[in-house]
Design a protein around this ligand. Structure first.
Ligand code: BEZ
Length: 387
């Protein structure tokens, strides 16, 4: 562990030992609701790894309190989401919920967190409503809204002279928000989306849709897919020869955590996201080194979001000296924190969503390499959030 992290861990231990003693040694119960199976399983694993890595760097405790994990595989299945989150809230009595990846599942989690006044940190799912009309003091996000990278990619496509684009995605909240965000950005540069193509989640039968893209001959295609579906889509797009004539753009989920499996099919692709693998900062380099050492694999954006979820929680707990009863102190501090993230420093908006730079990246080998800042300190409009 680097010296700076060792000193932080020591300070945390000294600061909070008294508070922890005062409350006995009960651990803080963290409910991890993430996908362990299905299309988004890899994303769930990286988020959990990142979260645990930060806790380990603090000596296995946050604000002097031991951490106990409770886990549910949400299968990225919205129909099971309410039952699953209630296992954590009502059966396991967790103090904090961390989850999840899929927007449809996360919307049900946010409702349950509001109804039960349970702290919720969303480490991926970008559904705008969670930090829009459903916003609440006990809910924050360490990731993005679907609009943020999509809008930035639309701006870039417009700057590249794209006039006619086609979008393609799974038909659920994240896909429709992402493609709308792209259209909004593109329109600023004088372009427009001529057709939106969809298929049900988590389907991967892309052939008919690829034929449609070829027939329409747009200037570019924009795809929102992630995990195993992103791997197959990018490979199928290249196998159909479309990457030679119609540039394929996307939010960075299209190529994050997927490059080994996508191989040559992804080389040179441009995407927009709040993280790039090769960000040349000591913070990012130390994080990637620690992650690779701990998990024998490369960190990706999902790992960063899990790591930062733990950082945000730690900020809240430190302000309350580990005392969970000081709920207002915790929620206020979680919103006020400047997160020293591997992606670069960021703050949270009043609605609880990261205000962050969105980078244009290009795939080179096994990395999504930084090219430029596509949108500086981009805040989600948080429409409908009243707090
Ligand atoms: C979502 O459902 O919000 C989502 C899933 C995977 C990657 C990005 C967003």
């Amino acid at each position: 562990m680097p010296l700076a992290h060792r000193l932080t861990a020591l300070a945390a231990a000294l600061c909070c030992a008294a508070a922890a003693n005062a409350q006995g040694s009960a651990p803080i119960k963290i409910g991890l609701m993430l996908p362990a199976t299905g299309t988004y399983a890899g994303l769930g694993a990286a988020i959990e790894n990142g979260f645990r890595l930060y806790v380990q760097e603090q000596g296995g405790k946050l604000a002097g309190r031991e951490i106990q994990y409770f886990k549910v595989d949400d299968e990225s299945e919205p129909a099971k989401a309410t039952d699953n989150v209630n296992k954590l809230i009502k059966r396991d009595n967790v103090d904090v919920l961390v989850g999840t990846v899929h927007s449809g599942v996360a919307l049900a989690m946010a409702k349950a967190a509001k109804d039960n006044n349970t702290l919720l940190i969303v480490p991926n799912a970008g559904a705008g409503d969670i930090t829009g009309p459903m916003c609440a003091p006990n809910i924050v996000r360490s990731s993005f809204t679907n609009w943020q990278p999509a809008y930035a990619m639309g701006l870039i496509a417009g700057q590249k002279g794209v006039k006619r684009a086609i979008t393609i995605t799974h038909s659920y909240a994240a896909g429709s928000e992402s493609t709308k965000g792209f259209a909004e950005g593109l329109e600023k540069g004088g372009g427009k989306v001529i057709k939106d193509l969809t298929l049900p989640f988590p389907g991967v039968e892309f052939q008919a849709l690829l034929t449609e893209i070829a027939a329409q001959k747009p200037d570019a295609a924009y795809a929102f897919f992630a995990g195993a579906a992103a791997v197959k889509f990018v490979r199928d797009y290249a196998a159909a020869g479309l990457n030679k004539t119609i540039p394929l753009y996307g939010p960075g989920f299209l190529t994050d955590g997927t490059l080994e499996a996508q191989g040559a099919a992804a080389q040179g692709m441009l995407t927009a996201l709040h993280y790039a693998d090769n960000l040349d900062t000591p913070r990012n380099q130390a994080f990637r080194k620690a992650y690779a050492l701990a998990y024998k694999s490369n960190a990706d954006v999902y790992a960063v979001q899990g790591y930062d979820a733990a950082q945000i929680l730690n900020a809240g707990l430190m302000a309350a000296k580990g005392d969970l009863a000081k709920r207002d102190v915790i929620t206020a501090a979680m919103r006020k924190v400047t997160v020293d993230s591997p992606r670069g420093k960021f703050t949270l908006s009043a609605a609880g969503n990261p205000v962050q730079d969105i980078y244009l990246r290009e795939v080179k080998g096994l990395n999504n390499e930084y090219r430029s800042v596509a949108a500086k300190a981009l805040a989600d409009p948080a429409r409908g959030c009243k707090m």
